[in-house]
Design a protein around this ligand. Structure first.
Ligand code: ATP
Length: 218
């Protein structure tokens, strides 16, 4: 794998129900600021109780593909949607490692909120053996004072050079402003007959309208 030593891969996971400019901007900024060679958007399965009615995994994938049509910098990786049953990040990372080898630096990007919930993830202690974590925190964020996540941060906190050069094992906290857009708000707006125009790509909005998505009560 020495031929891959100058490459880095980043993953930006989410349910993307629907994809919006908040996700797209953040994925692009992280790719550019942290100089990743490849940034993949990785849609996950939705727990049945969270899924918006009528919005299948295929439709979420279609919306992502439409959103990325004009952006060669971001790539769709729909592998989790093809897997039957629950999706665990750790399984996806194991699969990527068996495809790409042990040397390639892989970074999994998540919000600080997700990091705080990490100890409830399946086999969470294995995650840092497989990848780095890039954690996006709003300006003014505070380090958790104690607990498993505080210990994890203390043990694994790293610098940009670490996540670019080592294959896995570091946590990089990135302070960034987020566009004030959420998929929940977009769904609520459509449901109540308002337009979410300018919050997501026009092509995605056209698709939502032509398929009649997010109109029904959950
Ligand atoms: P929901 O409102 O349904 O929870 P969401 O808009 O938060 O959805 P997700 O698909 O849950 O979107 O999020 C995917 C990833 O994008 C997560 O890591 C989340 O922290 C991040 N994210 C969500 N909204 C924004 C935003 N406005 N700017 C930057 N990142 C965002």
């Amino acid at each position: 794998m020495s031929s891959h030593s100058s490459k880095t891969l980043a993953l930006f996971g989410g349910t993307f129900d629907p994809i919006h400019f908040g996700h797209l901007r953040m994925a692009l900024e992280l790719k550019q600021v942290l100089a990743f060679d490849e940034m993949r958007l990785l849609p996950s399965h939705q727990p049945a109780h969270r899924a918006a009615p009528g919005v299948t995994a295929e439709k979420r994938r279609d919306m992502l593909a439409l959103a990325l049509e004009d952006c060669p910098e971001l790539v769709l990786d729909a592998r989790e949607l093809l897997r039957a049953g629950p999706t665990y990040t750790v399984d996806t990372l194991e699969e990527l490692r068996s495809e790409l080898g042990t040397e390639l630096p892989i970074s999994f990007c998540m919000g600080m909120d997700s990091l705080l919930g990490l100890p409830s993830w399946h086999r969470w202690q294995r995650l840092l053996e497989l990848a780095h974590l890039v954690v996006v925190a709003r300006p003014g964020w505070e380090m958790p004072a104690s607990g498993q996540v505080a210990d994890l941060l203390a043990a694994h906190r790293g610098e940009l050079a670490d996540i670019q050069q080592q294959p896995a094992g570091k946590i990089l906290v990135q302070e960034r402003r987020l566009l004030p857009i959420s998929a929940t708000d977009i769904r609520n707006q459509i449901h109540s007959g308002r337009s979410p125009q300018f919050l997501l790509p026009e092509r995605v909005l056209d698709y939502i309208q032509s398929q009649g998505l997010y109109q029904q009560e959950r």
